[in-house]
Write a protein that binds this ligand. Structure first.
Ligand SMILES: Cc1cc2nc3c(=O)[nH]c(=O)nc-3n(C[C@H](O)[C@H](O)[C@H](O)COP(=O)(O)OP(=O)(O)OC[C@H]3O[C@@H](n4cnc5c(N)ncnc54)[C@H](O)[C@@H]3O)c2cc1C
Length: 478
């Protein structure tokens, strides 16, 4: 039989496969041959498809290629986007049958998820944006949690989510001593009214009965932001680490290194690999690749300057409640007005407060523009900003005031200066095989599964089919 003789052409034969000529009667080692449905053959399967003539059209005799045809996928960045892409690559049935090697290169000496992916709120919402990515991501979050016991592994759960408006008490550094008697007195005034008054008041304000960790007397209003079942949460650090671990179990490799360049063959207009500095040895290394995925969050434009990715530093703190107190599951977007004479006053402030499944509060404030450092390990934490967030949240919650601050941290949010939506897709105008997945702004945790699935489809099947993501294409900028 000669290759290409008669019958239909296989639908997807990779450009890198060399077609040898076989003569009629030539034998092939049986473990390397199989009959395939031509529509199922994609380049990454590493199969040479020889079409068969006659009535069995649409089938081909497939010959497994040598290991020289191994495809290398390099993912730059082990934040939630990079790790989730690695997971989806290894979960796809096409991966099992392929010679694809996946390598995740991460610049932190401390492992994965050291940036925003480990220090963010972790909200997962049906009402996030962009819609086309959300419509894939939300059900995928639900599926992943069911498949891998996400409740236990990464704190997956549904939460109430609302907008809280009210007044803040200026507690100052000696909060407990100064404010407790005052607050007790104001509560005592209402004793004669009985519980009905409290109930009415809560209902009037819209405050749910179990949301007992914001002070009722400081609440002006609470309004639920989305119907039940539309808002969930994960612990982003644990989710990211689990995605990486699950990908590693299927053969993906993790390399601590800072990528210094994405290498492109300008004649062929395709990626050839990356050069990176090994974190342990300090040596420069170059590895070849058929696909390079840029998932470096706010650092992405350091490698491709034409990408309009900016970085906003944001601080957060976590608070552990006093022993025996169980925090009800709510996420609050607040609008708090402090008294004029307060250092926090004259303006309203809007800290976000997330009750977390490990029984802690996560609280974050607004961002600033301090320059992005070279690596995630050099991010500076400004203690005064953390203290400010603390004063804002304990000003509306005596429960938090009775708790203890556990972590004070900062990270950089990847923002996109043009258009707002993330960049997801192959940057064919720059180089074939170069995939960009970055600029997820404040919804990277929520939208990681949709991004991972789409990028895996692009690499393994040559196109994105889970959604129409044309509006997120890198062609917008490159
Ligand atoms: C305060 C705050 C709260 C948030 N809350 C939410 C929320 O509730 N829900 C939600 O959906 N989203 C939230 N987000 C947004 C979310 O955290 C981000 O969109 C998401 O983490 C971005 O993930 P990433 O993987 O793109 O980037 P990152 O997490 O920054 O990861 C990028 C990784 O790439 C590595 N890297 C960079 N350059 C190189 C290089 N040259 N070589 C190798 N590695 C490199 C970095 O070290 C880093 O580990 C929040 C963000 C902030 C700041």
């Amino acid at each position: 039989m000669r290759s290409g003789a008669g019958g239909p052409r296989p639908s997807e034969i990779g450009p890198r496969l060399k077609i040898p000529t076989l003569s009629y009667g030539d034998s092939l080692p049986s473990e390397h041959t199989r009959l395939c449905w031509t529509d199922d053959i994609a380049p990454q399967h590493n199969l040479l498809a020889l079409p068969l003539p006659g009535p069995i059209e649409k089938f081909a005799l497939c010959v497994r290629m040598s290991t020289a045809e191994v495809q290398n996928v390099i993912i730059i960045g082990a934040g939630i986007i990079g790790c989730t892409i690695a997971y989806y690559l290894t979960e796809d049935p096409a991966y099992k049958d392929s010679n694809i090697k996946i390598t995740i290169i991460e610049a932190s000496a401390k492992g994965c998820s050291q940036g925003a992916s480990g220090k963010s709120g972790g909200l997962v919402a049906k009402w996030a944006y962009p819609k086309n990515l959300v419509n894939v991501s939300f059900p995928e979050h639900v599926r992943l949690a069911e498949k891998h016991n996400g409740a236990e592994r990464w704190g997956w759960r549904f939460v109430g989510c609302g907008n809280w408006e009210g007044r803040g008490e200026d507690v100052g550094p000696d909060a407990e001593k100064q404010m407790e008697p005052e607050r007790r007195r104001s509560l005592e005034k209402t004793v004669g009214l009985g519980d009905d008054w409290k109930k009415r008041s809560r209902a009037d304000k819209g405050l749910p009965d179990d949301l007992d960790w914001v002070n009722e007397e400081l609440t002006d209003s609470y309004s639920q932001m989305a119907p039940k079942g539309h808002t969930a949460q994960v612990q982003p650090y644990l989710f990211t680490r689990n995605m990486l671990e699950l990908a590693k179990e299927q053969g993906a490799q993790f390399v601590p290194g800072k990528v210094t360049s994405i290498n492109i063959d300008s004649n062929a207009k395709s990626v050839t690999g990356v050069t990176y500095t090994d974190i342990k040895t300090g040596q420069q290394e170059t590895i070849s690749a058929t696909h390079v995925v840029l998932a470096a969050g706010p650092w992405s434009s350091k490698l491709i300057p034409a990408l309009p990715i900016n970085a906003t530093r944001a601080h957060s703190i976590t608070i552990i409640p006093e022993a025996g107190y169980s925090i009800s599951p709510y996420v609050l977007f607040t609008d708090v007005t402090f008294p004029d004479e307060s250092p926090l006053g004259n303006n309203s402030v809007s800290p976000e407060v997330y009750a977390r499944p490990n029984n802690e509060w996560y609280c974050c404030g607004t961002g600033d523009n301090l320059d992005l450092p070279e690596t995630v390990d050099q991010v500076e934490v400004d203690q005064s900003i953390c203290e400010n967030i603390y004063q804002q949240v304990v000003g509306i919650s005596s429960k938090m005031r009775h708790g203890k601050v556990d972590r004070r941290q900062a990270c950089y949010l990847p923002t996109i200066s043009a258009g707002g939506d993330p960049v997801v897709g192959e940057a064919t105008t720059l180089a074939k095989g170069l995939i960009i997945a970055t600029g997820h702004t404040c919804w990277g945790i929520s939208n990681a599964p949709g991004t991972g699935k789409a990028v895996a489809e692009q690499i393994l099947h040559g196109k994105i089919t889970c959604a129409n993501l044309n509006n997120l294409s890198p062609a917008r900028f490159l």
